[in-house]
Design a protein around this ligand. Structure first.
Ligand SMILES: C=CC1=C(C)c2cc3[nH]c(cc4nc(cc5[nH]c(cc1n2)c(C)c5CCC(=O)O)C(CCC(=O)O)=C4C)c(C)c3C=C
Ligand SMILES: [Fe+2]
Ligand SMILES: [Fe+2]
Length: 331
């Protein structure tokens, strides 16, 4: 007998942060303006001062420098932005397998900032008659700056709909066994090619420390992921480092900083390092440029000898399977 859920159209929406349309000053201005105007990302003590800083200073300086960084990674994985190309591959991977099991499913991807937007993806799912939508933000660790901001975008769109679908929103999976196993597999595969390092560096995108002090659970989720991954890899505390990258602005961010640690490691005799960034499920500017280029240079210039970056889980088979398992618990 067919279950009700086999008859009803269900939408699967994969979301990620987003990326500029092109590696140009104009496209970066548009992207950064949307991103940095989100109060979940920047929660300034004084909104007027932040508006002036953003519109008078940041949007006139940062896009030019950033366009050069994006140009270095453009077309590096797929066509255009790696983040967008990889999210497409992830969507295709999930769709191919899930459609074999459930023909009532419809698939879309949406970006929190830039294109394709979350609202355009939701509109397509509505046009296809979805009565239920499963939203999977590609952030294993919950943060108000990312996960909750994604939920804001969903709610903003649904606010104007007369008939609202049922929403299943996957909040986090920082301790999911499939996720941790995929990370473990990718580290071990990397080490069969590149050998074992003096230390494995586990680096996450930072957030302002003030947000953690105000109750954002992100820091705790990152600590848990790092500890669980180290356990699966059978690492002692002295075998790995835990740190935060991609610091922005002047206020204190979560510590220790990836960049600062890489500058001092060689002085302590650590000359072979491997870096993994488990919070990024798709390679992007922050891994391909910031870690693989910029941070590699800090380490080598300070006397380090061997540096390698362990790719994000991207469209690895075990990662796609893990995403499918997560979605399936809501079907
Ligand atoms: C300014 C505040 C920022 C917070 C808070 C923040 C949190 C955060 N971001 C990601 C994931 C990504 N961020 C990326 C780029 C990026 N992030 C910020 C700022 C904050 N992020 C900026 C300004 C930028 C653009 C680049 C720059 O100006 O330096 C990206 C890469 C996108 C790409 O196109 O490749 C990702 C992914 C997470 C997971 C997170 C908090 C948990
Ligand atoms: Fe970011
Ligand atoms: Fe960065």
């Amino acid at each position: 007998m067919l279950a009700l859920y086999d008859l009803m159209k269900i939408g699967i929406l994969l979301t990620n942060l987003g990326t500029p349309d092109a590696p140009t000053k104009a496209a970066l201005r548009r992207f950064l303006s949307e991103f940095l105007s989100d109060p979940r990302v920047i929660d300034p003590p004084n909104k007027l001062i932040w508006w002036l800083a953003l519109n008078v200073v940041i949007l006139n300086i940062r896009p030019k420098r950033l366009a050069k960084n994006y140009a270095k990674i453009w077309n590096k994985i797929g066509i255009g932005s790696p983040l967008l190309s990889i999210t497409k591959l992830q969507l295709e991977g999930v769709k191919k397998i899930l459609l074999e099991q459930h023909e009532n499913l419809v698939f879309e991807m949406g970006m929190r900032y830039g294109n394709p937007s979350i609202s355009s993806a939701l509109d397509k799912l509505r046009a296809k008659g979805c009565e239920k939508i499963i939203v999977l933000p590609l952030y294993p660790q919950y943060s108000n700056t990312t996960t909750l901001s994604t939920l804001d975008a969903i709610n903003q769109t649904l606010d104007s709909w007369v008939q609202k679908p049922e929403i299943a929103f996957i909040e986090h999976y920082y301790d999911n066994n499939g996720y941790l196993q995929s990370l473990t597999n990718s580290v071990l595969e990397h080490q069969t090619k590149h050998g074992k390092p003096d230390k494995l560096m586990i680096s996450f995108h930072g957030i302002p420390q003030r947000y953690v002090d105000n109750g954002d659970v992100y820091y705790d989720h990152c600590v848990s992921t790092a500890k669980l991954l180290a356990k699966k890899l059978d690492l002692d505390e002295s075998d790995y480092l835990f740190s935060f990258q991609s610091i922005f602005g002047r206020e204190p961010w979560t510590k220790p900083q990836t960049k600062e640690r890489l500058k001092t490691l060689a002085g302590d005799g650590v000359v072979h390092i491997q870096v993994i960034c488990p919070g990024f499920l798709a390679d992007c500017l922050e891994t391909l440029e910031e870690i693989e280029c910029e941070n590699r240079n800090y380490f080598i210039q300070a006397g380090g000898r061997q540096f390698s970056y362990i790719s994000a889980l991207n469209d690895r088979d075990d990662h796609i399977k893990m995403l499918i398992d997560l979605i399936s618990t809501h079907l």
